[in-house]
Ligand binder design. Sequence first.
Ligand code: ADP
Ligand code: MG
Length: 471
Amino acid sequence: MSEGQHSRLAATPSLEAGDSLWQACVEQLAQELPEQQFNTWIKPLSAQVTDDFSRVTLFVANRFKLDWIRAQYAGRINAVLEKLYGQPVQLELAITPRENTVRTYPAPSVVAANAPVAEPADIEEDPASAAFKTRLNTALTFDNLVEGTANRMARAAAMHVAGTPGQLYNPLFIYGGVGLGKTHLVHAVGNRLLADRPQAKVLYIHAEQFVSDVVKAYQRKTFDEFKERYHSLDLLLIDDVQFFANKDRTQEEFFNAFEALLAKKSHIVMTSDTYPKGLADIHERLISRFDSGLTVAIEPPELEMRVAILINKARQENAEMPEEVAFFVAKNVRSNVRELEGALRKILAYSRFNQKEISIQLAREALRDLLSIQNRQISVENIQKTVADYYKIKVADMYSKKRPASIARPRQIAMYLAKELTQKSLPEIGELFGGRDHTTVLHAVRKISAERQQLTELNQQLHVLEQTLKG
Ligand code: ADP
Ligand code: MG
C-alpha cells in the first residue's frame, strides 16, 4: 500500500470505514431488491455509523417512509450490516431534521428500528412552499457528466436549452436505456439555468410523481392550484414519460400543461426509455407533440467513455483509480453507467476495508460475483445492445415494429444469437424483442443459420459478435 493512502485512511478511520460499511450494505441491497424498490426506499437513505460500528442510524425523509422502511426493510438491512461487520449492529431509524443537515443539527429524534415512533412528525409538504420547490438534485451537473460519443448530441442540445431556454429545441426529448444518464442530464439543465437565472421557476418531476399529483388534485379538487403551479413554470423537466402509458387523465393534464408552457415559450425537457413513436399506450396527439421539437438519443457508453467515467468518479470519491484498472473494469462492465458506479463502489469499499491499494487483482476480487455471473451468462439485453452497436441502429429498434431490411436484419441476427448464446426459449426471446411471436423468432433463427453456411461475410460478422459477447 502507498504511504499516501495509508495516512489518509489512518487520519479518518471511522468516517471512511463507517461510510464504506454503509455503502457495502447499499451495494448488497441494490443486488437483492428490484430496482424500483431500491431507488425509492434504500437509495435516499443516509447513514450515521458510530466509531465502533455498533450502531447505525438511518435518516429518512418523513414518518411515512420511516414506518415503511421499518416494516419492510429494517430486518434485512440489519442482517446485511451484521453479516458485513461480523458482529451485532444496532439499527436505528430517524427522521431527517428539516432544513438542516444531519451533521449540524443538535439532536435528531432517534428511534430504534423495532420500536414504535414516539414523536409525531409533520411531514406533509405544505402546498405553498411546495410550489417553489424545484426538486432538483444539485449534485447532478454538466460539470460531472462525462462527455463521449454516446451522449454528445444529447448533452449539446441540453446545454443549449439551459443557455437559451424557450427558443430552439422545444420540447427536447431525450431517450435511451436505463442507467445511461438521462436523469443526470435533465437535472444538469435545471441546475445550469438556475445558476444563470436564480429567479427562474424550474421543476424537475418524475412522470410517476406527476401521475400522483394529478390524482391528488383530482381527489382534493385542487385542479386550479395544480394548473397554476405547472403552467407558471419557466422550465419543466419531466423524467421517464413512458410511465404515462394508459393514464388517460394524466395524459390529458399533461397535454394541457404542455400547450400552456409552449405558448408562453417556457421550455420542456422530457426523457423516456424509447423514442416518441416507440411509446406504447400514449395518445397520438401527445406523441406528435413529443416529437415536435428535438429528439435525441443517449447510447450506451463506449469503452473510452466508460474508462473516463470510472476515473472521474473515483476522483470524486477521493480515490485514484489507475488507468489499467479502469480499463479492466470498463471492459467487463459494459451495459450502463449505473453498473459502472456499482462496480466502482465495490472496489472502493473492498480497498478500504482490506486496506489494499487499487489494482487489477483487487478489482478482480472485489467484482468476483459480478464477473463470474457475466462469464456464465450472456443476457438478451446485452446481445441487443451489441448487435445494435455493430450495425449502427438504435437499441430501441430491437423492440420496435419497424420493418426496413436495414433494421429487420440486425434484429434477426440478434434473435439468432439470443437463441444460440442464452438458455431462453423462443417465446421468451420473442417477448424480449417487443412482444413478438415465437414463430417470428424461429423463422429468424432458421434463416440466419442457413445463410451463415452460405455467406462468408455474414459468418465473419457473426463470429465477431460472438467473440465480443463472450468477452
Ligand atoms: P437514467 O436516468 O438514464 O437511468 P441516470 O441519469 O440515473 O440514468 O444515471 C445513472 C448514474 O450514472 C447516475 O449516478 C449518473 O450520475 C451516472 N452517469 C450517467 N451518465 C454519466 C456520465 N456521462 N458521466 C458521469 N456520470 C454519469
Ligand atoms: Mg432516470
